[in-house]
Design a protein around this ligand. Structure first.
Ligand code: S3P
Length: 169
């Protein structure tokens, strides 16, 4: 059964999608992103899935997208920031090469800006929301990660280089 060469996890703004793109360019491996898979299945943007179908339905679609990608994809796989909330997904990630891209609250808020594409971060206080999200998820990211990289001070290119070196892509 194919397994992804590397699975990227981490909070919004950690750089999962950008790093996945650069890793694909550097290694020639195919890149897959479970947010894009959900959007294709639901025929809506992630933001519209949240608004029209609700977070519960998004999480269900995401769980299925992650399970399918882990079973089918042998390249670079980027997961949505909240995919690790699902215990079944965390179980499925066991045995895979999982890189946790860590980002602090101030840098994560700066990188995500006020984008409405991220429905979970559009509240009245994005800093508090982001901090609560990090506090709740940090143990989950660490539970499944085989490698952790602090991205705060690194460019996307540098993060990709560290992954290539650490994972041996
Ligand atoms: C989410 C992160 C998003 C997307 C959805 C929910 C989250 O992906 O899956 O908006 O719960 O953190 P990114 O991490 O790529 O922004």
């Amino acid at each position: 059964m194919p397994a992804p060469a590397v699975v990227l996890i981490g909070a919004p703004g950690a750089g999962k999608s950008s790093v996945a793109t650069v890793l694909g360019e550097r290694t020639g491996l195919a890149v897959r992103d479970t947010d894009a898979d959900v959007e294709r299945t639901a025929r809506r943007s992630v933001s519209d899935v949240f608004t029209e179908l609700g977070e519960g339905e998004f999480r269900r679609l995401e769980r299925e997208a992650v399970a399918a990608a882990l079973a089918e994809h042998s390249g670079i796989l980027a997961l949505g920031g909240g995919a690790v909330l699902d215990p079944g997904t965390r179980e499925l990630l066991r045995g895979h090469t999982v890189v946790f891209l860590a980002v602090s609250m101030p840098i994560g808020v700066r990188r995500t800006g006020l984008s409405t594409a991220r429905p979970l971060l559009t509240g009245v206080n994005p800093r508090a929301t982001f901090k609560a999200l990090l506090d709740a998820r940090l143990p989950l990211y660490r539970e499944v990660a085989t490698v952790e990289i602090d991205t705060d001070e690194l460019t996307v290119e540098q993060v990709a280089q560290v992954i290539i070196a650490e994972v041996g892509l």
